[in-house]
Design a protein around this ligand. Structure first.
Ligand SMILES: *[C@@H]1O[C@H](CO)[C@@H](O)[C@H](O)[C@H]1NC(C)=O
Ligand SMILES: *[C@@H]1O[C@H](CO)[C@@H](O)[C@H](O)[C@H]1NC(C)=O
Length: 505
């Protein structure tokens, strides 16, 4: 049946389907959605309507290639109506304490979002979009979809395991119920074993059920129960435990369709300097250090990290950003923030390369000279590393990153954690020890590299798309489309039934 008359490919080819995508207004959410949009459009032959607030749409339209046929649609939003500074529509542009206000304000988009979907239906002479795919924070969109009889899915750019821990924490606040210990279990996710209080982001740690974050998360994560399923940017073979959590918790399909990553041509490119430098280094000899585009560390952590990198004697590329307390986009002051003479020494010895602000991450990770990746454990970065078989040293900083690192270390054996959070004490010796553990020819190091390569092979298999030989991620995407198509068919039949019944009466 799979490739026959009823296959999703066949049905998708019969009429051009439209999919509506709606990510939360944060770069870390918009980027994975954009990657998904590009993939679905290319592989599944559908049109994409990408919804967001005006300033985010403006930014997107200038970064998409002119040939892109993704339709960008604005939903009206005025930040100053919600106690936010004027023209702030993205978490990138606001201090952390206002993020919750942006989240709360997003609920006010409901009437305009409903109107927008109704408009799309009218424009298509009554044909509904095949599906609405919304952010994990936009549980409220599921009820809009139900009212308009449109299939609805949540898309998670986070891992199944990471999101399962995150979801369970917000729904249960288990750390509030232990008194005599800093470690606890998740009541509905025992597979995660013990969680330590230092693995909780500040908002979860402080959450008591009555604060704005707890209230928003509890209500809106519950909104998923009205959705038809969850798409995960992950791979079944190594993230099955987390996927299982959602399958039993909300009794909906969880479709692991990853890794969905931005194609190279859609990434900003900067100077080739880093790649040229890498090419002068031996195979498997360089540590890549980057904490993602949104994070930085404290001034004292930065000093100790620099000393550790130098003391390790390994080659490294380090994407540096001003430490906490300084404007993250301001100029990097190496003389002030790094040990005395550090920049000159690593330059003269050609041992290290500092990259300011942004580096072509995938090009670096795919380079044969790179041996390991010191990362904050954001899932996108993790998938990029795993896709190239690169083992990791984890330094999680926010949200579900702590649990991504837990999964990578405890279940997958491709990572060791070196530090936790933006305020912990980081010792130079610990950094050296972890770098040597992963990069030296130690038993652990070799084993980690072997497992990272195994994971890379799993990923290649999961995305294999040949007739008669489809990987798990390709099958999951087929299943998702089949579910959406069959719901629409059913609702159209019911609709015809109603019309006929009206005629008879
Ligand atoms: C989401 O949270 C907001 C703010 O706490 C609340 O007003 C809204 O009703 C919630 N939405 C759903 C679907 O629960
Ligand atoms: C790692 O290798 C370096 C250089 O060969 C050596 O000095 C160091 O002791 C090694 N460390 C471990 C833990 O094997």
């Amino acid at each position: 049946m799979k490739n026959g008359r009823d296959s999703p490919e066949r049905k998708m080819a019969e009429r051009k389907e439209n999919i509506v995508m709606f990510p939360f207004m944060a770069q870390g959410h918009i980027i994975p959605f954009l990657a998904l949009a590009i993939q679905m459009q290319q592989r599944n032959n559908c049109t994409i309507t990408f919804v967001n607030t005006p300033l985010n749409i403006k930014k997107l339209s200038s970064s998409l290639p002119p040939t892109s046929s993704i339709r960008l649609v604005e939903i009206p939003f005025c930040s100053s109506d919600h106690g936010l500074p004027p023209d702030t529509e993205n978490t990138d542009a606001i201090p952390y304490n206002l993020v919750i206000r942006l989240l709360e304000a997003s609920v006010s988009l409901r009437p305009s979002f409903k109107k927008l979907i109704q408009g799309l239906i009218e424009e298509q002479h009554g044909q509904r979009p095949l599906c609405i795919i919304a952010d994990i924070f936009f549980g409220w969109t599921a009820s809009v979809a139900k009212e308009l009889n449109v299939f609805h899915a949540i898309f998670s750019g986070a891992s199944g395991y990471g999101l399962a821990c995150y979801y369970s924490l917000w729904m249960n606040l288990p750390h509030r119920k232990v008194i005599d210990s800093d470690a606890f279990q998740l009541p509905d996710f025992p597979e995660a074993s013990s969680i330590h209080i230092t693995q909780l982001a500040t908002n979860i740690r402080e959450g008591d059920g009555a604060d704005a974050w707890s209230i928003y998360q509890k209500e809106n994560l519950s909104g998923w129960l009205k959705s038809d399923g969850i798409l995960f940017n992950t791979v079944e073979e190594f993230d099955d435990v987390g996927l299982l959590y959602f399958r039993r918790k909300i009794c909906r399909p969880a479709w692991p369709i990853g890794p969905v990553l931005l194609p190279m041509e859609n990434r900003a490119r900067v100077g080739k300097g880093g790649i040229e430098w890498l090419s002068t280094k031996p195979v498997n000899s360089v540590l890549f250090v980057s904490f993602g585009s949104m994070n930085t560390i404290s001034a004292s952590q930065m000093m100790n990290l620099a000393m550790g990198l130098e003391a390790s004697g390994k080659n490294f590329i380090w994407v540096v950003r001003p430490p906490i307390g300084f404007d993250i986009n301001s100029e990097f002051r190496a003389k002030e923030w790094l040990p005395e003479g550090f920049e000159e020494r690593i330059k003269d010895s050609r041992r290290g390369l500092l990259v300011y602000n942004w580096a072509p991450q995938v090009e670096i990770l795919s380079h044969k000279s790179v041996s390991a990746f010191l990362t904050h454990g954001g899932w996108n970065s993790v998938l990029e590393a795993l896709s190239h078989g690169v083992p990791m040293i984890g330094w999680p900083m926010a949200a579900e990153q702590f649990f991504n690192v837990k999964l990578l270390e405890e279940k997958m054996g491709v990572c060791v954690e070196v530090a936790r959070g933006k305020s912990c004490e980081v010792r130079c010796e610990d950094i050296v020890a972890k770098i040597e553990l992963v990069m030296n020819e130690t038993k652990t190091g070799k084993e980690m590299r072997r497992k990272a390569c195994q994971t890379m092979e799993m990923i290649k298999k999961a995305i294999k798309n040949e007739k008669g030989d489809k990987g798990s991620s390709v099958k999951a995407m087929d299943d998702f489309f089949s579910a959406a198509l069959s719901m629409r068919e059913k609702s159209e039949k019911e609709h015809c039934g109603v019309i006929q019944a009206e005629r008879i009466w």
